[in-house]
Design a binder for this molecule. Structure first.
Ligand code: PGA
Ligand code: ZN
Length: 428
């Protein structure tokens, strides 16, 4: 038995930012090192994602995780005990085989991803380094460019606006800290404008403002105004990024925009979004069309992919095979990476490799249901993904991530240096 042999695996039930139970896993190694991680949870989920194991019934709206925690303390603990935590892929393959289902529904994607991440943290702790360094090896990483939510809509704000995330990207910021500074000023300005006009209805699931807008266009206009009021240049310094999350309100050739009072086919949807791209400083659009609309995604990418980042979330679900299929069809030019969509870090990392091979960009992302867990920040830095998305710059489960990024940046030789503008479609 070596110092990095897995001695014990313990699961417990903890809470997420929507007051729902979730799974925490703690891994202890023979040499005394420990690793801990918590599973997040999505609300606007792709149909191809790993499935969480939930208890159902009346308690906690059916979101209980007692069965998933029991799986950790039973089968998963037994399967991981005795493995070397440094062999993360071996441990992950053992978990995948143990579950045995295509969608991880037997033991639960929530149980598996927390275990997978906890093993990685334990291996890093045994080495005496932060997880990002453990993953990066000798490479000198740069910080990921943040995309940060200002307004929340869709499934995260009772569909008050159809579009799910109205975000900003500080494309002109000189480093990670400045990107956060600028975003915080935009967030504050947006809140002030909305309060003045009686448009503020609280905050949505990811900390962005819950807007009482008449339509999606008003959200875009207000966002540009907020960037200007913050003293920043729309487009030059701070640009707009949208997560349309189109699968939430439509399918191939049938998109129902409740706020704008219209139903559009795929072509109409492309025209609507294309019109916004022409009118507003939009540099990135996630899930512009539904996950079953690969032809539409390819057409949209042909039309705008040379200058706008087209991100696949629900369509690609952090899955290498889906990334390869999309690349063959010319659909999207970037992938969103959510470890719990895949179920293990190894599979999520495989999706990143597939994205790199296809020349796609990558954004490591948190979920709308989150906790204090900061693993995604370490993945974004350690894997050199280039971008990160964890919701807004308010609410503790979000600032936990942004603040971890500040701590990491301080330790890097180049500080918070971001990837060059030329690394992104908007800088081409
Ligand atoms: P989710 O949303 O975590 O609720 O799935 C985030 C996203 O769509 O990017
Ligand atoms: Zn999304």
């Amino acid at each position: 038995m070596s110092a990095t042999t897995i001695l014990s695996v313990h699961g417990r039930r903890v809470w997420d930012s929507r007051a729902r139970p979730t799974v925490e896993v703690e891994v202890a190694l023979a040499g005394g090192a420990r690793g801990r991680a918590i599973a997040p949870a999505g609300a606007s989920r792709g149909s191809g994602e790993a499935a969480d194991l939930r208890d159902g019934g009346d308690a906690f709206g059916g979101y209980g995780v007692d069965r998933a925690v029991a799986a950790v303390n039973g089968e998963i603990a037994a399967a991981l005990a005795g493995l070397d935590a440094r062999d993360r892929e071996g441990a992950d393959r053992r978990l995948i085989g143990l579950d045995g289902t295509a969608d991880k529904s037997r033991l639960g994607g929530n149980a598996l991803v927390a275990a997978s991440m906890a093993v990685a943290h334990a291996a890093a702790a045994a080495e005496g380094v932060p997880l990002w360094r453990h993953l990066a090896g000798d490479a000198e990483p740069v910080m990921p460019l943040p995309e940060i939510q200002i307004f929340g809509g869709g499934a995260h704000a009772a569909r008050r606006v159809d579009i799910q995330d109205f975000m900003v990207v500080a494309v002109g910021a000189s480093d990670y800290g400045e990107a956060l500074d600028w975003t915080a000023e935009v967030y504050r300005a947006a809140g002030a404008i909305m309060a003045e006009r009686g448009l503020l209805a609280g905050t949505a699931d990811e900390g962005g403002f819950w807007p009482a807008f008449d339509g999606n266009g008003q959200a875009l206009e207000t966002l540009v105004e907020a960037i200007e009021r913050a003293g920043l240049t729309p487009g030059g310094q701070v640009a707009i990024s949208l997560d349309v999350a189109a699968s939430e309100f439509g399918a191939r050739d049938r998109y129902r925009l409740a706020r704008d009072g219209k139903t559009l086919d795929t072509e109409g949807m492309c025209e609507l979004l294309g019109g916004w791209i022409e009118r507003f400083p939009i540099v990135s659009v996630e899930d512009p069309l539904a996950e079953d609309d690969l032809d539409g995604l390819a057409a949209f990418t042909r039309a705008y992919g040379a200058r706008v980042q087209i991100v696949g979330d629900d369509a690609l679900v952090s899955d290498a095979a889906r990334v390869n299929r999309a690349a063959a069809a010319g659909a999207c030019n970037a992938v969103l990476l959510k470890p719990n969509q895949a179920g293990t870090l190894t599979e999520c990392g495989d999706a990143l490799e597939a994205a790199r091979a296809a020349g796609y960009g990558a954004i490591v992302s948190a979920r709308s249901g989150e906790t204090e867990d900061v693993t995604v920040v370490h993945l974004a830095v350690g894997w050199g993904a280039g971008q990160i998305k964890v919701g807004s710059i308010a609410h503790g489960e979000r600032t936990a991530k942004w603040n971890e990024g500040l701590r990491i940046a301080e330790t890097l030789p180049h500080g918070g240096r971001l990837p060059p503008r030329s690394a992104f479609p908007w800088g081409a």
